[in-house]
Design a binder for this molecule. Structure first.
Ligand SMILES: C[C@H](NC(=O)[C@@H](N)CCCCN)C(=O)O
Length: 474
């Protein structure tokens, strides 16, 4: 009996997996909203007159506040100082506010023919909403990582991280596959831009998928309140168990983190790897239309296979890392797959949808291998009390890529295809985009990721972080 009373709540398998299930709902909703506009790029161009650069600006807005106002870094410090309950609730609330602003901008037809600082007003305001949302979802991401370490250290940590990412990727998958059918289903008469003029016309409802995302985010916010109750019980059980509270976070901890070479290698690998995958997802449906000849309605199906594969593979690879180890090697293999896939996408041959399906599946394997090894490796390099700040610094560096690369791709796409803008301005049939240059940029990121992953493996050998060792303590 005494034995039972003295156990921590995290020793209960049901409790720790239950806690994981609840926080995964919040992240599912966040990932859905993050990518909900991706399959709508062609519609944004035809309905609202957006260019690829406008779309690039909007997509890059995700990182504006995180990067320039250091919101992510403040978020990490708040997390280490205030704890997971406060930070989780705050970040879920920020997500709801940001999504609501984005929804308002997309539904407000009067914005269509105005500009703010030279940017299409609708693009600008939707971007502000997305930038606020980006702060929320990123801080929620680091909070969830810290929650998983709190409940799963010494247990199935990589598997748990993999499962949480799998549920989040389900949100990404739905965001790629569902918006076009939703927009078509809720077609209505609304203001559109036709040859530069505002007209009332029947067309797809671009706002319908965003409204759906907003509802999911509110559910995610409510779910986090339930988690807060569980977290209080966990702390109470650990206190009753006589477990020492952690040393409080000190600002000098930041100095320790940034002087750790392993930290920088993980951060660089993170920005290079994710910049070659997440920004790619933003353009993948458009790539399918322009390179592989799919129609707008079905173009999202092939890219949606990418997160679909990760649903099963991320927990699987997480389980392998827990039991067998080989984390550094998994990261190297993932980086090699990235360069392979993007190089084939860049070649002006093999333009058949079957090749696109195969490449997207391989990219899905890479998107399972690297994250399932990378995130559980961070606690092997950084002490637990500095984890919130360390995750936030890594996400901050990553956000430079998540912000800059989509903008660069949109710009390069417009510059490499001047005929598209000319045809739009003249009201002619719009020609297809040539995606070669954007895909070369993605392949180059993959090449750099290979170099950094090799350096990380070398550093692991020198410092003995244990990245090649299993996570489960026997
Ligand atoms: C866990 C990791 N999350 C991130 O890298 C976030 N900073 C970015 C989330 C972007 C959502 N599409 C991951 O998802 O692998």
């Amino acid at each position: 009996m005494t034995e039972l009373i003295r156990r921590s709540l995290r020793d209960s398998k049901a409790a720790r997996w239950g806690a994981l299930g609840i926080i995964s709902i919040t992240m599912f909703a966040g990932y859905f909203l993050t990518d909900v506009m991706s399959p709508l790029k062609p519609m944004l161009e035809t309905e609202f007159g957006w260019s690829s650069t406008s779309y690039g600006i909007f997509t890059s807005a995700y990182g504006w506040l995180n990067v320039f106002l250091l919101m992510l870094i403040f978020g990490g410090i708040i997390l280490d100082k205030m704890g997971v309950r406060f930070t989780g609730l705050l970040s879920s609330f920020i997500m709801v506010i940001g999504a609501a602003i984005k929804y308002w901008a997309i539904t407000n037809p009067t914005l269509v023919d105005h500009t703010i600082w030279g940017i299409h007003a609708q693009v600008f305001l939707a971007s502000i909403g997305f930038a606020i949302f980006g702060v929320g979802v990123e801080i929620a991401g680091i909070t969830v990582s810290k929650i998983i370490v709190k409940w799963f250290k010494g247990y199935e940590m990589a598997l748990a991280m993999g499962m949480q990412m799998a549920v989040a990727r389900l949100g990404t998958m739905l965001a790629i596959a569902a918006p076009v059918p939703l927009a078509m289903y809720f077609s209505n008469i609304h203001t559109q831009v036709v040859n530069g003029e505002l007209v009332e016309k029947m067309g797809p409802s671009i706002s319908a998928p965003i409204a759906f995302a907003l509802v999911l985010l509110v559910i995610g916010f409510i779910a986090f309140f339930i988690y807060v109750g569980m977290d209080k019980k966990l702390d109470a059980s650990e206190a009753a168990n006589g477990e020492e509270a952690e040393d409080p976070f000190k600002f000098s901890d930041i100095g320790q983190i940034v002087t750790n070479k392993g930290f920088w290698l993980i951060a660089f690998l993170c920005v290079l790897f994710y910049s070659s995958v997440f920004p790619f997802i933003k353009y993948a449906a458009d790539l399918m239309v322009n390179k592989y000849g799919l129609d707008q309605q079905t173009a999202g199906i092939i890219p949606s296979l990418l997160p679909l594969g990760t649903l099963f593979l991320t927990p699987l690879f997480g389980g392998v890392y827990d039991k067998i180890g080989k984390g550094a090697t998994m990261m190297i293999i993932g980086a090699v797959l990235i360069i392979f896939v993007h190089t084939i996408f860049a070649l002006p041959i093999l333009n058949t949808w079957v090749v696109a399906v195969i490449l997207v599946i391989i990219l899905g394997i890479a998107l399972s291998l690297v994250p399932s090894a990378m995130w559980p490796s961070v606690p092997k390099i950084i002490p637990e009390k500095q984890l919130g700040t360390a995750f936030s610094l890594i996400f901050w560096i990553q956000n430079w890529g998540l912000m800059g690369v989509p903008l660069l791709i949109g710009y390069v796409l417009d510059k490499s295809n001047p005929q598209v803008a000319i045809a739009k301005a003249q009201g002619l049939e719009v020609p297809l985009y040539d995606y070669t240059n954007p895909m070369i940029i993605f392949a180059a990121l993959g090449f750099l990721a290979i170099i950094v992953s090799l350096l990380l493996k070398r550093e692991d050998r020198i410092k003995g972080y244990g990245l090649e060792l299993p996570n489960i303590q026997k």
